[in-house]
Design a protein around this ligand. Structure first.
Ligand code: PBG
Length: 340
Protein backbone atom coordinates (compact mmCIF):
# COMPACT_ATOMS: atom_id res chain seq x y z
CA UNK A 1 0.00 0.00 0.00
CA UNK A 2 1.41 3.44 -0.88
CA UNK A 3 2.55 5.23 2.25
CA UNK A 4 0.12 8.08 1.75
CA UNK A 5 -2.90 5.74 1.84
CA UNK A 6 -1.79 3.79 4.92
CA UNK A 7 -4.00 4.33 8.00
CA UNK A 8 -2.11 6.03 10.80
CA UNK A 9 -1.24 3.73 13.72
CA UNK A 10 -1.18 5.36 17.15
CA UNK A 11 2.16 5.11 18.95
CA UNK A 12 1.64 3.06 22.14
CA UNK A 13 2.28 4.91 25.37
CA UNK A 14 2.20 1.87 27.65
CA UNK A 15 4.82 -0.69 26.71
CA UNK A 16 4.59 -3.85 28.89
CA UNK A 17 7.18 -5.50 26.65
CA UNK A 18 9.91 -3.45 28.40
CA UNK A 19 9.80 -5.82 31.34
CA UNK A 20 10.04 -8.89 29.09
CA UNK A 21 13.12 -7.83 27.14
CA UNK A 22 15.86 -9.83 28.87
CA UNK A 23 15.93 -13.00 30.98
CA UNK A 24 17.17 -10.90 33.91
CA UNK A 25 14.21 -8.52 33.67
CA UNK A 26 11.80 -11.42 33.38
CA UNK A 27 13.36 -13.10 36.40
CA UNK A 28 13.14 -9.90 38.43
CA UNK A 29 9.43 -9.43 37.83
CA UNK A 30 8.33 -13.09 37.92
CA UNK A 31 5.41 -13.31 40.34
CA UNK A 32 5.28 -17.05 40.67
CA UNK A 33 8.20 -18.96 42.07
CA UNK A 34 8.60 -22.35 43.64
CA UNK A 35 11.37 -24.32 45.19
CA UNK A 36 11.98 -28.04 45.69
CA UNK A 37 10.65 -27.97 49.25
CA UNK A 38 7.20 -27.06 47.85
CA UNK A 39 7.08 -30.36 45.99
CA UNK A 40 5.86 -33.72 47.26
CA UNK A 41 6.69 -36.99 45.51
CA UNK A 42 3.97 -39.66 45.36
CA UNK A 43 5.49 -43.17 45.51
CA UNK A 44 4.13 -46.69 45.03
CA UNK A 45 5.32 -49.72 46.96
CA UNK A 46 4.12 -53.22 46.20
CA UNK A 47 4.19 -56.26 48.43
CA UNK A 48 6.07 -59.35 47.26
CA UNK A 49 7.71 -57.52 44.38
CA UNK A 50 11.27 -58.64 43.72
CA UNK A 51 12.31 -56.01 41.16
CA UNK A 52 10.94 -52.47 40.68
CA UNK A 53 8.25 -52.57 37.98
CA UNK A 54 8.02 -49.70 35.49
CA UNK A 55 4.54 -48.41 34.66
CA UNK A 56 3.70 -48.34 30.96
CA UNK A 57 1.29 -45.42 31.29
CA UNK A 58 3.67 -43.40 33.49
CA UNK A 59 7.13 -43.55 31.93
CA UNK A 60 9.74 -42.88 34.61
CA UNK A 61 7.45 -43.96 37.48
CA UNK A 62 7.70 -47.37 39.13
CA UNK A 63 6.08 -49.70 41.54
CA UNK A 64 8.80 -50.10 44.14
CA UNK A 65 10.02 -52.97 46.23
CA UNK A 66 10.73 -51.99 49.81
CA UNK A 67 14.43 -51.78 48.95
CA UNK A 68 14.03 -49.67 45.83
CA UNK A 69 11.56 -47.46 47.70
CA UNK A 70 14.17 -46.80 50.36
CA UNK A 71 16.76 -45.84 47.76
CA UNK A 72 14.35 -43.63 45.81
CA UNK A 73 13.17 -41.93 49.00
CA UNK A 74 16.74 -41.19 49.97
CA UNK A 75 17.39 -39.73 46.52
CA UNK A 76 14.26 -37.56 46.75
CA UNK A 77 15.24 -36.21 50.14
CA UNK A 78 18.77 -35.50 48.93
CA UNK A 79 17.30 -33.63 45.97
CA UNK A 80 15.42 -31.47 48.47
CA UNK A 81 11.78 -32.40 47.86
CA UNK A 82 9.45 -31.32 50.64
CA UNK A 83 7.83 -34.67 51.36
CA UNK A 84 6.82 -38.13 50.22
CA UNK A 85 3.28 -39.47 49.78
CA UNK A 86 3.16 -43.26 49.97
CA UNK A 87 0.71 -45.65 48.35
CA UNK A 88 0.79 -49.37 49.11
CA UNK A 89 -0.26 -52.27 46.90
CA UNK A 90 -0.99 -55.37 48.99
CA UNK A 91 -0.63 -58.99 47.86
CA UNK A 92 -4.04 -59.88 49.28
CA UNK A 93 -7.26 -57.91 49.07
CA UNK A 94 -10.61 -58.44 50.72
CA UNK A 95 -13.96 -56.72 51.11
CA UNK A 96 -12.94 -54.53 54.05
CA UNK A 97 -9.31 -53.90 53.08
CA UNK A 98 -7.82 -55.74 56.05
CA UNK A 99 -4.24 -55.07 54.97
CA UNK A 100 -4.79 -51.33 55.27
CA UNK A 101 -4.57 -51.30 59.05
CA UNK A 102 -2.64 -54.52 59.61
CA UNK A 103 0.78 -53.72 61.09
CA UNK A 104 2.31 -56.04 58.46
CA UNK A 105 0.33 -54.43 55.64
CA UNK A 106 2.67 -53.18 52.93
CA UNK A 107 1.97 -49.50 53.44
CA UNK A 108 2.61 -49.69 57.17
CA UNK A 109 5.77 -51.75 56.66
CA UNK A 110 7.02 -49.19 54.13
CA UNK A 111 6.26 -46.28 56.46
CA UNK A 112 8.26 -47.90 59.23
CA UNK A 113 11.18 -48.53 56.86
CA UNK A 114 11.28 -44.94 55.65
CA UNK A 115 10.83 -43.54 59.13
CA UNK A 116 13.75 -45.57 60.37
CA UNK A 117 15.91 -44.47 57.39
CA UNK A 118 14.93 -40.84 57.27
CA UNK A 119 13.56 -39.91 60.68
CA UNK A 120 12.37 -36.34 60.57
CA UNK A 121 14.51 -35.43 57.54
CA UNK A 122 11.39 -35.40 55.39
CA UNK A 123 7.62 -35.25 55.80
CA UNK A 124 6.23 -38.74 55.48
CA UNK A 125 2.66 -38.91 54.23
CA UNK A 126 0.38 -41.89 53.78
CA UNK A 127 -2.63 -42.30 51.52
CA UNK A 128 -5.47 -42.97 53.92
CA UNK A 129 -7.94 -44.71 51.66
CA UNK A 130 -9.20 -48.25 51.22
CA UNK A 131 -9.22 -48.58 47.44
CA UNK A 132 -5.76 -50.10 47.18
CA UNK A 133 -6.74 -52.70 49.77
CA UNK A 134 -10.28 -53.74 48.85
CA UNK A 135 -11.03 -56.54 46.39
CA UNK A 136 -13.83 -54.45 44.82
CA UNK A 137 -11.53 -51.40 44.48
CA UNK A 138 -13.84 -48.88 46.14
CA UNK A 139 -12.59 -46.34 48.65
CA UNK A 140 -14.84 -47.73 51.36
CA UNK A 141 -16.69 -50.80 52.55
CA UNK A 142 -19.91 -51.75 50.78
CA UNK A 143 -23.47 -52.30 51.95
CA UNK A 144 -25.25 -55.55 51.10
CA UNK A 145 -26.54 -53.99 47.91
CA UNK A 146 -23.13 -52.74 46.81
CA UNK A 147 -23.28 -49.04 47.73
CA UNK A 148 -20.31 -47.46 49.48
CA UNK A 149 -21.26 -47.28 53.15
CA UNK A 150 -20.07 -43.90 54.40
CA UNK A 151 -20.28 -44.38 58.15
CA UNK A 152 -19.02 -47.96 58.24
CA UNK A 153 -16.06 -46.75 56.18
CA UNK A 154 -15.25 -44.07 58.76
CA UNK A 155 -14.63 -46.82 61.31
CA UNK A 156 -12.12 -48.43 58.93
CA UNK A 157 -10.44 -45.05 58.33
CA UNK A 158 -10.08 -44.54 62.08
CA UNK A 159 -8.30 -47.90 62.34
CA UNK A 160 -6.11 -47.05 59.36
CA UNK A 161 -5.21 -43.73 60.91
CA UNK A 162 -3.95 -45.41 64.08
CA UNK A 163 -1.94 -47.97 62.11
CA UNK A 164 -0.34 -45.37 59.85
CA UNK A 165 0.44 -43.01 62.69
CA UNK A 166 1.98 -45.84 64.69
CA UNK A 167 4.10 -46.70 61.65
CA UNK A 168 5.58 -43.22 61.46
CA UNK A 169 3.43 -41.18 59.09
CA UNK A 170 3.61 -37.46 59.82
CA UNK A 171 0.53 -36.58 57.78
CA UNK A 172 -2.44 -38.73 56.85
CA UNK A 173 -3.90 -38.05 53.41
CA UNK A 174 -7.62 -38.61 53.73
CA UNK A 175 -8.38 -39.20 50.07
CA UNK A 176 -11.52 -41.35 50.24
CA UNK A 177 -14.11 -38.54 49.98
CA UNK A 178 -16.32 -39.95 52.71
CA UNK A 179 -18.32 -37.37 54.63
CA UNK A 180 -16.86 -36.80 58.07
CA UNK A 181 -13.55 -38.53 57.35
CA UNK A 182 -11.32 -35.80 58.72
CA UNK A 183 -13.30 -35.65 61.98
CA UNK A 184 -13.21 -39.45 62.29
CA UNK A 185 -9.46 -39.59 61.80
CA UNK A 186 -8.75 -36.64 64.09
CA UNK A 187 -10.92 -38.10 66.85
CA UNK A 188 -9.23 -41.50 66.57
CA UNK A 189 -5.78 -39.92 66.86
CA UNK A 190 -6.77 -37.65 69.72
CA UNK A 191 -8.43 -40.45 71.66
CA UNK A 192 -5.26 -42.49 71.28
CA UNK A 193 -3.31 -39.56 72.70
CA UNK A 194 -1.62 -38.86 69.35
CA UNK A 195 -1.68 -35.10 69.17
CA UNK A 196 1.19 -34.78 66.70
CA UNK A 197 0.13 -36.69 63.59
CA UNK A 198 -1.57 -34.30 61.19
CA UNK A 199 -4.43 -34.68 58.73
CA UNK A 200 -3.92 -33.73 55.11
CA UNK A 201 -7.52 -33.37 53.94
CA UNK A 202 -8.28 -34.06 50.30
CA UNK A 203 -10.88 -31.38 50.55
CA UNK A 204 -11.90 -31.21 46.93
CA UNK A 205 -11.39 -34.37 44.96
CA UNK A 206 -13.13 -34.82 41.65
CA UNK A 207 -14.30 -38.00 39.93
CA UNK A 208 -11.70 -37.64 37.21
CA UNK A 209 -10.65 -39.58 34.14
CA UNK A 210 -7.15 -38.28 34.85
CA UNK A 211 -6.64 -40.92 37.56
CA UNK A 212 -6.49 -43.54 34.79
CA UNK A 213 -2.76 -44.35 34.97
CA UNK A 214 -2.90 -44.45 38.78
CA UNK A 215 -5.25 -47.40 38.49
CA UNK A 216 -2.45 -49.25 36.69
CA UNK A 217 0.02 -48.07 39.30
CA UNK A 218 -1.98 -49.66 42.14
CA UNK A 219 -3.25 -52.67 40.14
CA UNK A 220 -6.75 -51.36 40.82
CA UNK A 221 -9.60 -53.83 40.86
CA UNK A 222 -12.27 -51.15 40.48
CA UNK A 223 -15.32 -51.91 38.38
CA UNK A 224 -17.56 -48.93 37.73
CA UNK A 225 -16.65 -45.51 39.02
CA UNK A 226 -16.46 -43.30 42.11
CA UNK A 227 -19.12 -40.77 41.21
CA UNK A 228 -21.22 -41.36 44.32
CA UNK A 229 -18.42 -40.05 46.52
CA UNK A 230 -15.97 -38.01 44.44
CA UNK A 231 -17.11 -34.63 43.16
CA UNK A 232 -18.75 -33.92 39.82
CA UNK A 233 -16.35 -32.01 37.52
CA UNK A 234 -19.29 -29.75 36.65
CA UNK A 235 -19.38 -28.28 40.15
CA UNK A 236 -17.38 -25.42 41.58
CA UNK A 237 -19.24 -24.26 44.69
CA UNK A 238 -19.18 -27.58 46.50
CA UNK A 239 -15.37 -27.41 46.61
CA UNK A 240 -15.79 -24.45 48.94
CA UNK A 241 -18.15 -26.45 51.11
CA UNK A 242 -15.80 -29.43 51.19
CA UNK A 243 -12.78 -27.28 52.07
CA UNK A 244 -14.65 -25.47 54.85
CA UNK A 245 -15.84 -28.80 56.25
CA UNK A 246 -12.36 -30.33 56.25
CA UNK A 247 -10.96 -27.29 58.00
CA UNK A 248 -13.79 -27.28 60.55
CA UNK A 249 -13.19 -30.99 61.18
CA UNK A 250 -9.56 -30.34 61.99
CA UNK A 251 -7.56 -30.71 58.76
CA UNK A 252 -4.07 -29.25 59.12
CA UNK A 253 -3.67 -28.83 55.36
CA UNK A 254 -6.13 -29.16 52.50
CA UNK A 255 -5.65 -30.46 49.00
CA UNK A 256 -7.34 -30.14 45.63
CA UNK A 257 -7.14 -32.83 42.99
CA UNK A 258 -6.65 -33.05 40.02
CA UNK A 259 -4.79 -29.80 39.40
CA UNK A 260 -4.45 -28.54 35.85
CA UNK A 261 -8.08 -28.78 34.82
CA UNK A 262 -9.17 -27.37 38.18
CA UNK A 263 -7.28 -24.10 38.52
CA UNK A 264 -10.50 -22.25 39.37
CA UNK A 265 -11.03 -24.66 42.25
CA UNK A 266 -7.41 -24.22 43.36
CA UNK A 267 -7.92 -20.50 43.38
CA UNK A 268 -11.12 -20.77 45.45
CA UNK A 269 -9.59 -23.17 47.95
CA UNK A 270 -6.37 -21.14 48.16
CA UNK A 271 -8.45 -18.17 49.22
CA UNK A 272 -10.23 -20.22 51.88
CA UNK A 273 -6.92 -21.61 53.08
CA UNK A 274 -5.42 -18.15 53.29
CA UNK A 275 -8.33 -16.89 55.34
CA UNK A 276 -8.20 -19.90 57.67
CA UNK A 277 -4.42 -19.90 57.86
CA UNK A 278 -4.28 -23.42 56.43
CA UNK A 279 -1.74 -24.43 53.75
CA UNK A 280 -3.24 -25.54 50.44
CA UNK A 281 -1.86 -28.23 48.16
CA UNK A 282 -2.72 -29.53 44.71
CA UNK A 283 -2.14 -32.99 43.30
CA UNK A 284 -0.92 -33.07 39.73
CA UNK A 285 -2.31 -36.52 39.09
CA UNK A 286 -1.19 -39.51 37.04
CA UNK A 287 -3.14 -38.56 33.92
CA UNK A 288 -1.68 -35.06 33.92
CA UNK A 289 1.76 -36.62 34.03
CA UNK A 290 0.96 -39.21 31.35
CA UNK A 291 -0.54 -36.60 29.04
CA UNK A 292 2.62 -34.50 28.99
CA UNK A 293 4.94 -37.51 28.75
CA UNK A 294 2.96 -39.03 25.89
CA UNK A 295 2.80 -35.80 23.89
CA UNK A 296 6.51 -35.22 24.49
CA UNK A 297 7.39 -38.78 23.46
CA UNK A 298 5.68 -38.06 20.16
CA UNK A 299 7.67 -34.88 19.75
CA UNK A 300 4.49 -32.81 19.95
CA UNK A 301 5.44 -30.56 22.86
CA UNK A 302 8.62 -29.43 24.57
CA UNK A 303 8.59 -31.76 27.57
CA UNK A 304 10.87 -29.82 29.90
CA UNK A 305 9.12 -26.51 29.36
CA UNK A 306 5.65 -28.07 29.60
CA UNK A 307 6.47 -29.61 32.97
CA UNK A 308 7.65 -26.33 34.45
CA UNK A 309 4.70 -24.49 32.92
CA UNK A 310 2.14 -26.83 34.50
CA UNK A 311 3.69 -26.59 37.97
CA UNK A 312 3.95 -22.82 37.61
CA UNK A 313 0.28 -22.59 36.63
CA UNK A 314 -0.71 -24.64 39.66
CA UNK A 315 1.34 -22.39 41.94
CA UNK A 316 0.02 -19.25 40.22
CA UNK A 317 -3.53 -20.31 41.08
CA UNK A 318 -2.55 -19.89 44.73
CA UNK A 319 -1.37 -23.33 45.76
CA UNK A 320 1.60 -23.58 48.05
CA UNK A 321 2.38 -27.30 47.86
CA UNK A 322 2.34 -29.41 44.70
CA UNK A 323 2.25 -33.19 44.65
CA UNK A 324 3.88 -34.22 41.42
CA UNK A 325 5.52 -37.32 39.95
CA UNK A 326 8.16 -34.96 38.54
CA UNK A 327 9.18 -33.73 42.01
CA UNK A 328 12.68 -35.20 41.98
CA UNK A 329 13.42 -34.21 38.40
CA UNK A 330 12.19 -30.68 39.09
CA UNK A 331 14.23 -30.42 42.28
CA UNK A 332 17.34 -31.56 40.43
CA UNK A 333 16.71 -29.15 37.57
CA UNK A 334 16.12 -26.36 40.10
CA UNK A 335 19.52 -27.05 41.61
CA UNK A 336 21.26 -26.71 38.23
CA UNK A 337 19.12 -23.79 37.07
CA UNK A 338 17.85 -25.82 34.10
CA UNK A 339 14.26 -24.68 34.32
CA UNK A 340 13.75 -22.81 31.06
C1 PBG B 1 -7.32 -42.92 46.21
C2 PBG B 1 -6.45 -42.10 45.32
C3 PBG B 1 -6.47 -42.03 43.93
C4 PBG B 1 -5.45 -41.17 43.56
C5 PBG B 1 -4.82 -40.76 44.72
N1 PBG B 1 -5.47 -41.33 45.81
C6 PBG B 1 -7.30 -42.76 42.95
C7 PBG B 1 -8.73 -42.51 42.87
O1 PBG B 1 -9.30 -41.71 43.60
O2 PBG B 1 -9.34 -43.14 42.02
C8 PBG B 1 -5.09 -40.78 42.17
C9 PBG B 1 -3.75 -40.15 42.01
C10 PBG B 1 -3.29 -40.06 40.61
O3 PBG B 1 -4.05 -40.29 39.65
O4 PBG B 1 -2.11 -39.73 40.42
N2 PBG B 1 -6.57 -43.80 47.01
Amino acid sequence: MPAAERPSVPTPIDRPRRLRRTPALRRLVAQTRWQPSDLVLPMFVKQELTEPAPLASMPGVQQHTIDSLRRAAEQAVTAGVGGLMLFGIPAERDAVGSQADHPDGILNVALRALKSDLGDATVLMADLCLDEFTDHGHCGVLTADGAVDNDATLVRYADMALAQAASGADLLGTSGMMDGQVAAVRAALDEAGDLDTGVFGYAAKYASAFYGPFREAVDSALQGDRRTYQQDPANRAEATREALLDIAEGADLVMVKPALGYLDILSDVAEIGARAGIPVAAYQVSGEYAMVEAAAANGWIDRDRAIVETVTAIRRAGTQIVLTYWAVELAERFATGALD
